[in-house]
Design a protein around this ligand. Structure first.
Ligand code: OGA
Ligand code: NI
Length: 359
């Protein structure tokens, strides 16, 4: 007999990856739509000589002037050489973080019908919840993750279930926003600018903060599937914390480095608009999320960026038409976000659209 593989049909409403992962029909293998690659799964231990920088936040906010200036130098180096660092002593209470993880878990345990009520379709809808990425039809492969993504600032939006999740998340977003803004002040200073230059140029008082919760259930073939493929984030910096289950990798000197974060530390990556604002001095770092076969991984992700109506361009003090011409063309942040979200993952990055081509 001749067997013909059934064509792949992505139903208009896909089952969550949670439902799929818990289904007894999987029998140790994943559907072909989730097969990303045969050879991306090459976790590399980080090199002892060149390990991920660790920044002590308390020195930035309450250190002596000398400690503060040293940590700002270190922050600048981390942004330039890695685009990534681990943040310790950040002051966000562990009890709050634990409660947000517990409530996130409860959220994903809501029935599929309940979660569908929160399913916005467009990049800037205030509440979106779903599986894979927001426009699954645009990609060929599906991602081994479910997500909830909200706009947290300048206005806070959140699902009303489960009870208490919204209140906890509001506090979490306020706390992480304070940390992000302090970091951005230090980073601005490390560029040789006045601390307030970025706040003023990018209207950070009404900056866009997103809050995303990613759920990566155990996957029977983690070497085939992917949680999130390589990408950069669109904002200025992103703070990420995980439920102590590893999976994040960052690209460094052309290699993928597996991030081993100490418990309760934030993983911070620099993003597209920091690259643009710094006129290319700080690079937006590529990163990806792998999955594993044993434990559910949850990440809490809070990107912070300019206000949506800001036209972003390199900081004027970093541009000199003779020696340092602007390497990026001005673009409204809102237009950038919309364009990025409509770009198929794996396609040319949105940064390429604003980068001035070398003559
Ligand atoms: C993201 C992201 C990685 C992770 O949400 O943009 O890069 O480990 N997440 O969840
Ligand atoms: Ni990301």
């Amino acid at each position: 007999p001749l067997y013909i593989a059934a064509p792949t049909v992505i139903p208009s409403k896909m089952a969550s990856i949670k439902v799929l992962a818990e289904s007894p029909n999987l029998l140790g293998s994943i559907p072909s739509d989730y097969a990303y690659s045969m050879n991306h799964y090459t976790p590399l231990a980080s090199d002892q000589e060149d390990s991920i920088p660790i920044i002590d936040y308390s020195l930035l906010t309450s250190g002596s002037p000398d400690q503060r200036s040293k940590v700002i130098d270190k922050l600048g180096k981390a942004c330039e050489e890695w685009g990534f660092f681990l943040l310790v002593n950040h002051g966000v209470p562990k009890t709050l973080i634990d409660e947000v993880f517990d409530a996130s878990n409860e959220f994903f345990n809501l029935s599929e019908e309940e979660k569908q009520n929160f399913d916005g379709k467009n990049a800037l809808d205030p509440i979106r919840c779903g599986t894979s990425f927001h426009n699954a039809r645009m990609g060929k492969i599906l991602l081994w993750r479910d997500y909830l993504k909200v706009i947290a600032h300048p206005d806070f939006h959140f699902p009303d279930k489960p009870a208490g999740f919204s209140k906890l998340s509001l506090e979490y977003c306020e706390r992480t926003r304070t940390v992000a803004r302090e970091l951005l002040k230090g980073i601005t200073k490390s560029l040789g600018l006045e601390e307030s230059d970025m706040d003023n140029a990018l209207n950070l008082d009404s900056g866009l903060q997103l809050f995303a919760v990613n759920l990566y259930p155990p996957c029977p073939q983690p070497e085939l599937a992917i949680g999130i493929p390589p990408h950069t984030d669109h904002g200025l910096v992103t703070l990420l914390i995980q439920n102590e289950v590893q999976g994040l990798e960052v690209q460094h000197n052309g290699k993928w480095v597996n991030v081993e974060a100490p418990p309760n530390s934030f993983m911070v990556n620099t993003s597209d608009h920091l690259e643009i604002f710094s006129n290319g001095k700080y690079k937006s770092v590529k990163h990806r999320a792998l999955v594993n076969s044993k434990t559910t991984r949850i990440s809490l992700v809070t990107p912070y960026g300019p206000s949506l109506d800001t036209i972003v361009r390199p900081a004027s003090k970093l541009v000199d038409s003779e020696t340092h011409p602007a390497a990026y063309i001005p673009m409204e942040y809102k237009a950038y976000v919309e364009q990025q979200q409509n770009t198929r993952l794996g396609a040319k990055s949105c940064l390429e659209c604003v980068r001035v081509q070398e003559q």
